[in-house]
Design a protein around this ligand. Sequence first.
Ligand code: SAH
Length: 259
Amino acid sequence: MYIVGIGPGELGYLSQKAFCVLRSCEVIIGYRAYVKLLGDLVQGKEVIASSMGKELVRAETAIEQALSGRKVALISSGDSGIYGMAGVVLEIVEKRSINLDLEIIPGIPAFCAAASSLGAPIMNDFALISLSDILTPWEIIERRLTYACQGDFVIVLYNPKSKKRTWQISKTQALLLKYRSGQTPVGIVRNAKRGKEKVILTTLDRMLDYSIDMLTTIIVGNSSTSLSDRYMVTPRGYKIRVDAKDRLPEEFAYSLKKC
Ligand code: SAH
């Protein structure tokens, strides 16, 4: 059995390894919207697709299918080890002492896809926090947000808002504003690296002016993140000279002459 991270969505971002594994499997199991992203890759295979929130059922079905001797791929968007299917499968396998030949294939997570569309906002230490309080109590999420602010981490927000969970994102903005300036750069990316991508560069003060949903990743800068009309960049600390556009650094000039 394989647990496959399929990346953000566009098939060009699926790894070669994931591609080969998916091609070789007889059964593909996953959340309906993610199976759809695979397009023709699932042709001729048995597809077991289910709705959101059915993670336990998907994991159990995949394990059953694999134990019956079939070659199974259970898919996750992004990477399966980041709020994905890998954890739940391993928990079941460990708790029930199931002996299964299992391999986890990593994928490009949404936060990397989103960051690359915004510029380079995660060039320094960061905290990735899901605002979903379905499996994690809100008090814990709030505590994590607070510590991430105090540590001046760049903060990536997943699961920011759904049809049912609407207040969490406003509470988060209010909490962040206690620690960070309203001018702090914020990047909002919907459908990163899949069809209909939408990229917004804005500030902490104004982030709620834009539509945010479950297909959105939000990246909040730290105290040194900068914003232009093109890019959001968090510096690592290099000293960049602005007056040296035409001059090569000494060591490059030397090696060029030698060539
Ligand atoms: N396993 C995934 C995360 C699943 S949690 C990963 O490795 O990235 C689901 C959340 O991820 C969504 O609510 C959204 O915040 C984010 N997300 C997933 N795909 C995305 C995409 N293509 N564009 C923007 N955000 C995305």
